[in-house]
Write a protein that binds this ligand. Structure first.
Ligand code: MG
Length: 163
């Protein structure tokens, strides 16, 4: 078994869609980034790559790559999952936290879990997504941006069928 940790942050900007966990969240601003700036999915990708001991998301999916411009981060997640499969691992479970002051994510969380689980070929019950505010402190508290953290465990394929 392997454990990986991921972190990401993105700045809010006008005229962008807010995509988190592959869900378009209703809000007046979105996140700035080369791809769709889905910080939650990026944190999960970094955790998978970290668990594999393969560096980070920027090494495999650089933000200078024109093919990744505007791409859905779920596509990047799919490629990270394939990296794990090629190494003989399956994603066992994901736990994640999105930290943002606004908007409230509760209505969107189940869909985020389903989206991430589907791409990873697992059950939503193995993908946990939490949302917290930063109690109005710091850049998150001022509404300048958001952060996301994720922990992923990988198990040797076929070795993790005990729920
Ligand atoms: Mg990112």
């Amino acid at each position: 078994m392997r454990i990986g940790f991921g972190y990401d942050s993105h700045r809010f900007a006008e005229g962008r869609r807010l995509l988190l966990g592959g869900v378009e969240v209703t809000y007046e601003k979105g996140l700035l980034g080369h791809s769709d700036a889905d910080a939650l999915v990026h944190a999960v990708v970094d955790a998978i790559i970290g668990a594999l001991g393969e560096g980070d998301i920027g090494r495999h999916f650089p933000d200078t790559d024109p093919r990744l411009k505007g791409i859905s981060s779920l596509v990047i997640l799919k490629r990270a999952a394939e990296m794990a499969i090629h190494r003989g691992y399956a994603v066992s479970n994901v736990d994640s936290t999105v930290i943002l002051e606004k908007p409230r994510l509760a209505p969107f969380i189940e869909e985020m879990r389903r989206n991430i689980a589907k791409v990873l070929g697992t059950e939503p019950s193995r993908v946990n997504v939490k949302a917290k505010t930063n109690e109005t402190m710091g850049f998150i508290g001022r509404g300048e941006g958001i952060a996301a953290f994720a922990v992923v465990t990988l198990a040797r394929a076929g070795a993790d069928e005990v729920a």
